[in-house]
Each structure stands twice: as structure tokens, then as C-alpha cells.
Design a protein around this ligand. Structure first.
Ligand SMILES: C[S@@+](CC[C@H](N)C(=O)[O-])C[C@H]1O[C@@H](n2cnc3c(N)ncnc32)[C@H](O)[C@@H]1O
Length: 298
């Protein structure tokens, strides 16, 4: 265990050193930004785009009037999108006749397995086991990659292992109705992902959802917003919204009414939450594509 930890630490240090030697100016700038993250990015977004209050907020019920979803599977553990965010994705996927869905960032596969039954095709782009290891992810994280994505249950999901920062997006010949961006959340990575996926939208009804636009439904995550703004063509900025009650920003050409909101928002709706837990009969090994990939890659 200690050996594994120090190995991944070493890998991270080597990657950082390599980056520092190759692009010293950019590396030093990003070190500075990471240290002063929130404030720096808030100032950047305010100065560059005049969005001191973040994106205008669209009401969830304007976007999806009949909002009722069951979220399953869901691990109720770290790093997945929240049930609300997954419910938003499901509701949006349902609004298309035959939704073609692309997602960046898979981990256990909770968002994609929830959306899959309401789609025609689903593509998942996410780091390979070796890339995760190089990024310093622990072995237990890597083993859970794709945990819920069983091919028999979700035959319409195609997993592509890649680093989206170096992936050749022109190899994707499909176009998509709905694209979910939930990979690397550093501003530069969000910019790059946004630039790469924007040309993959199918038509005027297509949408993009970015996860972690906000840290809570009322608190903007400024670095992610900066990445979104820098990545989208300026003339498209007016089509960006924060969806109320979620951590998500969306891009849509639908004309929606929206308002700028500030903490603390007075509730104008209430939600009903039922939670039911089911024991997994055969944990990890039998359920996990990640486990299979992990074993294969050793
Ligand atoms: C927050 S998790 C995704 C959670 C998932 N969308 C859900 O809600 O169930 C982020 C994922 O992005 C992947 N990731 C991080 N950086 C990436 C990159 N540069 N390219 C591709 N995938 C990346 C990680 O391996 C991880 O699986």
C-alpha cells in the first residue's frame, strides 16, 4: 500500500516536472491560479465576461415541466454527479426521440447508466487505467472505473479510454443530441473539452451540460465557468444558463427566461425524495468493467 502511494506520488511529480520543463510559463501561471483559485477565477470571469453573478439561472421546471425521475444505480459515494444532476440529464435525454449521448468522465458510470435506457447510443470518453495511474489516482479508484457499466445490461454504451486533452475527436464520426462534460475540471481542460465537443452537436436542438459549474446549487465554481466561457465561441455565450437546484450549466438554443440569482435563494418549489438501498449480490469483480480492464492491463 505504502509502495503504491509513493509510486503514484512519484508519477504525479514526474508529470508536473515534465510540464514545468516543457511549458514553464503556463505551468507557473497555473500554479499561481491553483493557489488563488476561487478569487482569481471570479475576477477573471467578471473582468472578461461581465458575469460577476455567474450565469443567468433558468428554472428547472421551465426546462423540464414534468420533472420526475428515479435514479438507479447510484452508489451515494464520492465524485459522482448528484442525484439532481443525473435526474436533469435523464429528463433532457427523454426529451429527444432517439437521443445520441456523449459523456466525458465516467468513473463508476452512474451518470451514463442512468441515461442509457433513454437513449439510442451512448459514448463514454474517460482516462484509461494507465492514464489514471499516471494522474495519481489510487488503485481502488481505478478498479471502480465503469463499475456499473455491465455490457449485457447496457448494450448501447460504448466506452472509449482516452485522455480528452490529447484525443483526436475527429475519429468520432457521430453527432450528438446531448453532451455531458464531467472530466478534468481545471479551467484549461474545460476549455479544451468544450472546444472539442461543440462541433459534435447534431443540430439546433442539441444541448451541452457541464457538471460542476457550481459547487452547490447556489455557489459558482469560477474556474469551470471560466473554462466554459473561454471554450465556447463568444456569439454562443447568450445560450448559456445555470439550471436551478443543480450543479450544472447548460448550452441550449431554446429561448428560455432566466434571471441572475444571489445567495440565499428563497425556495419556489419543493422536491420529494425516496431513498431505497439494495445490497449488491456480487460486488466489485463481477460488476466492474474497470476490474476487468484493470486485470487485463497488468
Ligand atoms: C467526476 S468523475 C465522473 C463522474 C461521472 N460522470 C458520474 O457522474 O457518474 C470524473 C472522471 O473524469 C475522468 N477524467 C479526468 N480527466 C480526464 C481527461 N483528461 N480525459 C478523460 N477523462 C478524464 C476521470 O478518470 C473520472 O473518471
Amino acid at each position: 500500500m505504502t509502495r503504491t502511494l509513493s509510486q503514484s506520488k512519484r508519477n504525479r511529480m514526474l508529470t508536473a516536472l515534465w510540464y514545468l520543463l516543457r511549458k514553464p510559463h503556463k505551468a507557473l501561471k497555473s500554479i499561481y491560479r491553483d493557489r488563488h483559485d476561487t478569487q482569481w477565477w471570479q475576477q477573471y470571469v467578471t473582468k472578461s465576461y461581465g458575469l460577476g453573478l455567474g450565469l443567468p439561472q433558468v428554472d428547472l421546471l421551465e426546462l423540464i415541466p414534468e420533472f420526475e425521475e428515479t435514479i438507479t444505480p447510484y452508489a451515494m459515494l464520492e465524485a459522482a454527479a448528484t442525484p439532481m444532476d443525473i435526474a436533469l440529464l435523464k429528463g433532457l435525454a427523454r426529451s429527444y426521440d432517439d437521443c445520441d449521448y456523449l459523456e466525458i468522465g465516467r468513473w463508476r458510470g452512474e451518470s451514463i447508466t442512468n441515461v442509457a435506457p433513454h437513449t439510442n447510443t451512448c459514448y463514454s470518453l474517460s482516462l484509461s487505467p494507465a492514464q489514471q495511474s499516471q494522474a495519481g489516482f489510487s488503485n481502488s479508484m481505478i478498479r471502480q472505473d465503469g463499475f456499473f457499466i455491465t455490457p449485457e445490461q447496457y448494450p448501447n454504451i460504448t466506452c472509449i479510454n482516452c485522455d480528452t486533452l490529447s484525443f483526436d475527436f475527429s475519429t468520432l464520426t457521430e453527432k450528438f443530441d446531448l453532451i455531458f462534460v464531467d472530466g478534468d475540471h481545471h479551467a484549461a481542460a474545460v476549455t479544451s473539452d468544450t472546444q472539442n465537443i461543440f462541433p459534435l452537436l447534431k443540430d439546433d436542438d442539441s444541448m451541452i451540460v457541464w457538471h460542476d459549474y457550481a459547487d452547490s446549487p447556489e455557489k459558482v465554481r469560477w474556474a469551470v465557468l471560466a473554462g466554459i466561457m473561454d471554450g465556447l465561441p463568444p456569439e454562443e455565450h447568450r445560450n448559456l444558463y445555470h439550471v436551478s437546484n443543480t450543479l450544472c450549466a447548460i448550452y441550449t438554443r431554446k429561448k428560455l427566461s432566466a434571471t441572475y440569482q444571489e445567495f440565499a435563494i428563497t425556495p419556489d418549489k419543493f422536491f420529494e425524495v425516496t431513498i431505497r438501498a439494495h445490497k449488491l449480490e456480487a460486488p466489485a469483480a463481477a460488476h466492474s468493467q474497470g476490474e476487468a480492464r484493470w486485470n487485463k492491463s497488468r
